[in-house]
Design a binder for this molecule. Structure first.
Ligand code: FNR
Length: 184
């Protein structure tokens, strides 16, 4: 039997009713059984401070370990003030340090953004790509997914139309192929 593909899932929103979380859940449901998803919790992470580099912060150790172990990372995030939310930038910074212990190097990463507004939080996604380039991650280039008017796409039960489902499925299929465990 081939090894499962381990995906670390990062939701850039801390909000209970997050639309990004809802879209992430829809995409997770579309993934095959060979994929194991583990969410990286951002809520308890202290704001990164370089003074912590020589200290042991349990929550930092936890997320660095999760990110290191993952075959790929899927980031699903909103945009805050034309860029990525602080909680997401924080976990990116935590994973990037201490210097020379950057967990993002060569890591396969994909980003999906969603917003109730027209542009689908595109600037947030582009800024994630910019940071990942600096950190030498292996960024999934295509398809780019910026979900505009995303709140309107979800019904009361958090479901989407068949057309949106198919659109998400195309991304999910490409991501699972991209994430594929190379050690098989
Ligand atoms: C926002 N929102 C927002 N939306 C957007 O498309 N571009 C933006 O720059 C911003 N800026 C922004 C700043 C802050 C501080 C907040 C709280 C919100 C609106 C945002 O897209 C909306 O709240 C989404 O619902 C957030 O996603 P989640 O939390 O529902 O996943």
């Amino acid at each position: 039997m081939s090894a499962p593909t381990n995906i670390a899932l990062i939701i850039g929103s801390l909000r209970t009713e997050s639309i990004n979380r809802k879209f992430a859940e829809l995409m997770v449901a579309q993934m095959p059984e060979s994929v194991v998803i583990e969410e990286v919790n951002l809520a308890d992470l202290p704001i990164y401070n370089q003074d912590y580099d020589d200290k042991v912060i349990d929550s930092y150790e936890r997320v660095r370990k999760q990110l290191k172990a993952a075959d790929a990372v899927l980031i699903v995030t909103p945009e805050h003030n034309r860029t990525m939310p602080a909680a997401l930038k924080n976990v990116i910074d935590i994973g990037s340090r201490p210097y020379k212990e950057n967990v993002w190097a060569a890591k396969k990463v994909a980003v999906v953004t969603a917003s109730p507004s027209t542009y689908g939080a595109r600037d947030s996604g582009l800024d994630v790509r910019k940071s990942m380039q600096m950190l030498a991650a292996q960024m999934m280039i295509s398809p780019e997914v910026y979900l505009g008017n995303a709140a309107d796409s979800l019904d009361e039960d958090g479901n989407v139309s068949e057309r949106t489902q198919k659109y998400l499925q195309r991304f999910v299929d490409a991501f699972v192929l991209f994430a594929g465990n190379d050690s098989e």
